[in-house]
Design a protein around this ligand. Structure first.
Ligand code: GTP
Ligand code: MG
Length: 584
């Protein structure tokens, strides 16, 4: 779900600052050896693909390895609300008394915040031991010892003069106008898709903040369930997340009380005394209910806590104010974590995958095919599976089928969850790259062509087999759940929403076929290529009541093309076309 953008102010060079065409920036870190940040130092990977290494020949890391590294990094990190004006040097010096700092960055989200990663976990104990609970005059504080602090200046007036304020380096998603302008300045449609990806993918800082937020929630949950883990899943980790996307969290209780073989030895077996409830679902509801209460009453910065326990997948939804993330906390949701791993693998296999998915998602959002509110719309997850399926259908295929990934799996990859076989190869280096060399421009055009003519009335989409299946039921759109194969992940989609998607796909395929749309205009100020597809307001009319009203497709396309081609159409006083979309 979209959240307000968080302006990230990076003070020490992280990957986002290396995003400009592989330019290596100096790494001014107070580093220690053997940490994730130190490992990343040598690379020039763009943010977002940082995790995959898909653009270079270095061995690609497994999803589980990355999750573990990020988790440990987050456990050594703290979140600090800072005064608006602060000397970075003094700030670091002050905190360094608790131990060496490996990395830090500042960001803005209704105030200035810093994420500080120490080299050792012990430093956090030291910092906590020197931290006081605020004494309030009119209210009472709940003395919860978290890793989220407030930093105050002891005598602000003396210090203000020598403090240099941190300069904002805003990394919230680009405005629609800015994005369209940069698309117009690209040299090719392929470059446009990559530009959009770079502008919208999660930055290194956003990723760190996501893992840290999970880690802070884990601290609270661990008060009840020591040994539990709160892990991010969904678009925060599957490499398809865009800046501002929600933070899906999974509370993993599986390892609590599991037997190691050495514990199993001897004549006796000791079990915990536990309370029993009639079903797994009720256990999930009870656990989430308590954690929800805990976040609501004691969680610093956790606001708007809603317990949505009767949903198919019970969850606790809340806003984490300091990070700006809308969070969905679930438990007993292991399959979703496995889906994230699968998408991570698909995203890492070929650099065209993420570029295409981001553009299709952006296109869908611009035309209200997807929405941040739950409803009869197609979801981002469904769209991603559609792109993967389409790429499996190319000749030669860009992506392998899930069944093929299963054939490459070794014994260590075997995974059965609730009776569902979720086995696939997890080592990316075992999967051969595709021989398909099609351009992104062609793939985008063909994607719209393919789904503009897909027999949705009788066929189902399955990335497991990579070919159309007969639809097992009458739902308008049927996309087989990759692991629970009897389920349809798009059963919520109405016939009307599907038809809208099909109409827009046809229009978009047709627009991309038109002469002059596939290359930049000489003055670079006309929407062309991907930009032409995103310009929705030019293509839709407004009724006399001021409400948006869609004109017949042919009319809208005609007017869009005229507006693209005609030098004077929709031009403002500067002679520039007014670009307005709903891409946020
Ligand atoms: P965003 O729209 O960017 O949040 O994408 P997302 O992939 O994170 O989607 P969402 O937050 O809706 O769901 C989080 C994860 O839950 C997805 O990535 C999937 O792994 C899983 N998921 C979502 N919807 C379904 C569904 O209908 N069926 C199944 N099996 N899994 C789902
Ligand atoms: Mg999500």
């Amino acid at each position: 779900m979209a959240t307000r953008g968080v302006g990230l102010l990076t003070r020490l060079p992280l990957c986002s600052q290396r995003r400009s065409r592989g330019q290596r920036l100096p790494f001014r870190l107070l580093t220690c050896q053997g940490t994730v940040a130190a490992d990343l130092r040598g690379g020039e990977r763009p943010s977002g693909s940082v995790e995959t290494g898909s653009e270079d020949k270095t061995p690609k890391k497994r999803f589980s390895e990355l999750q573990q590294e990020r988790r440990e990094q987050a456990q050594r990190s703290v979140l600090i609300h800072c005064p608006d004006k602060i000397s970075e040097k003094k700030f670091l010096k002050y905190l360094s008394q608790h131990g060496p700092i490996n990395n830090h960055f500042f960001y803005e989200s209704f105030g200035l915040y810093a994420v500080v990663e120490f080299c050792q976990k012990d430093s956090i104990n030291s910092l906590q031991n020197g931290t006081v609970t605020p004494s309030l005059r009119t209210e009472a504080a709940i003395p919860f010892r978290s890793r989220f602090f407030n930093l105050k200046l002891r005598s602000p007036s003396n210090q203000t003069s020598e403090q240099s304020s941190v300069q904002p380096n805003n990394q919230s998603p680009p405005s629609s106008k800015k994005l369209l302008e940069s698309l117009c300045y690209a040299e090719s449609v392929d470059e446009q898709l990559n530009t959009l990806l770079r502008a919208w993918q999660l930055t290194e800082e956003s990723t760190r903040l996501r893992y840290l937020t999970c880690s802070l929630v884990e601290d609270m949950a661990a008060a009840y369930f020591p040994g539990c883990a709160v892990r991010p899943f969904g678009s925060s980790v599957n490499t398809f997340g865009k800046l501002g996307c929600d933070l899906d969290m999974f509370m993993d209780l599986d390892h609590i009380g599991k037997l190691d073989s050495h514990k199993n030895a001897g004549k006796f077996l000791v079990e915990y005394q536990v309370k029993n409830v009639p079903s797994e679902r009720i256990a999930t509801q009870k656990i989430l209910s308590v954690i929800g209460e805990c976040l609501d009453h004691f969680g610093p910065g956790c606001v708007g806590v809603q317990k949505i326990l009767n949903a198919r997948c019970p969850l606790v939804r809340f806003s984490h104010q300091a990070s700006g993330f809308q969070c969905d906390l679930t438990t007993n949701n292991r399959i979703a974590l496995k889906s994230s791993e699968l998408l991570y693998i698909y995203g890492a296999l070929d650099s065209r995958v993420r570029a295409l998915v981001f553009s299709v998602r952006c296109w869908a959002r611009a035309h209200s095919v997807t929405s941040s509110i739950p409803g009869a719309w197609i979801t981002n997850f469904a769209l991603t599976l559609m792109v993967i399926f389409f790429l499996q259908r190319r000749s030669p295929p860009v992506l392998p089928t899930l069944d093929f990934l299963k054939t490459l799996a070794g014994a260590e990859d075997k995974c059965i969850i609730e009776g569902n076989n979720c086995t696939f190869v997890r080592d990316l280096n075992k999967i051969k790259p595709s021989e398909n060399t099609e351009t992104l421009e062609l793939l985008l055009k063909e994607f719209f062509e393919y789904f503009g003519n897909f027999a949705f009335n009788k066929n189902s989409i399955s990335i497991r087999q990579g070919r159309e299946q007969n639809k097992p039921d009458s739902s308008p759109l049927h996309i087989q759940n990759p692991f629970e194969t009897s389920l349809n992940i798009s059963r919520n989609v109405s016939q009307g929403q599907l038809q809208k998607f099909v109409d827009l796909a046809r229009e978009s395929a047709w627009i991309l076929e038109q002469e002059g749309v596939d290359h930049p205009s000489p003055s670079h100020n006309q929407p062309w290529g991907l930009a032409a597809l995103l310009v929705s307001s030019l293509a839709s009319g407004k009724s006399s009541s001021g409400k948006k009203r869609r004109r017949p497709a042919s009319e809208r396309v005609k007017s869009l093309l005229e507006s693209i081609r005609g030098p004077s159409a929709d031009a403002n006083a500067d002679g520039k076309r007014t670009l307005s979309t709903q891409t946020q």
